[in-house]
Ligand binder design. Structure first.
Ligand code: SAM
Length: 201
């Protein structure tokens, strides 16, 4: 079996994210995670919320690690990763009650972020919820100097990366019928933004 990849930050932020997901996904059943990364979050959240069926997904290069976590977990409410590059992926329409994604919007290019929102709009049933964890700018401002530094580092690493303006994400969301309903502050100067899908026409 492949080694289970481990990210210290994902272990650290799991508990505060879980607290919010328990509230937001309380009446959900089917969840799609976009960009499952190491697979740690998926296993921690599916184990803690056994009313959910948790569908992992990511770029193919991360599948072996996610599978290792899923296989090792011994829990049966989690599914091995779907092949998912949001830039050209197709999803089954209207079948998910909730979508979760963590630390993806500042890694993907802005065009891919827009596509991620379009995908979420397709995947969710009306009334479904999208929770996105990560650092954001609000009102054109970073919430801390450390996030401004982080943004500069990201852009140096790759010009397409960078911390996103929550207002820009709201534009992408509104274009597919998603309305932001909450914006939680969580430790490490991050937030969880929550959008709800309206009726599909
Ligand atoms: C910083 S990692 C976050 C991983 C995990 N969600 C976490 O919080 O630990 C960013 C993730 O976004 C994924 N990603 C980047 N570009 C993507 C794309 N175009 N489509 C889908 N996933 C993508 C990466 O493969 C990676 O898993």
């Amino acid at each position: 079996m492949a080694e289970r990849p481990y990210a210290e930050y994902a272990a650290r932020n799991a508990a505060p994210i879980l607290e919010i997901l328990e509230r937001e996904f309380g009446s959900a059943s089917r969840v799609l995670e976009i960009g499952s990364g190491t697979g740690q979050h998926a296993v921690a959240f599916a184990a803690a919320m056994d009313h959910l069926h948790w569908q992992t997904s990511d770029l193919d290069e991360n599948h072996a690690g996610i599978r290792a976590w899923v296989d090792d977990s011994g829990i049966d409410n989690i599914a091995p990763p779907l092949s998912m590059d949001v830039r050209d992926a197709a999803v089954e329409n209207d079948i998910y009650d909730a979508v979760f994604s963590s630390n993806t919007a500042h890694i993907m290019g802005i065009d891919a972020v827009e596509k991620m929102f379009a995908l979420v709009g397709e995947a969710l049933r009306p009334g479904g919820v999208f929770c996105l964890y990560g650092p954001f700018r609000q009102g054109g401002e970073f919430n801390t100097m450390s996030n401004a530094d982080f943004d500069a580092n990201l852009r140096q690493r790759d010009v397409v990366m960078g911390i996103r303006d929550i207002e820009k994400l709201d534009e992408f969301a509104l274009a597919v019928g998603l309305q932001r309903v909450r914006f939680y502050a969580v430790p490490s100067n991050n937030n969880v933004a929550v959008w709800v899908l309206g009726d599909k026409s």
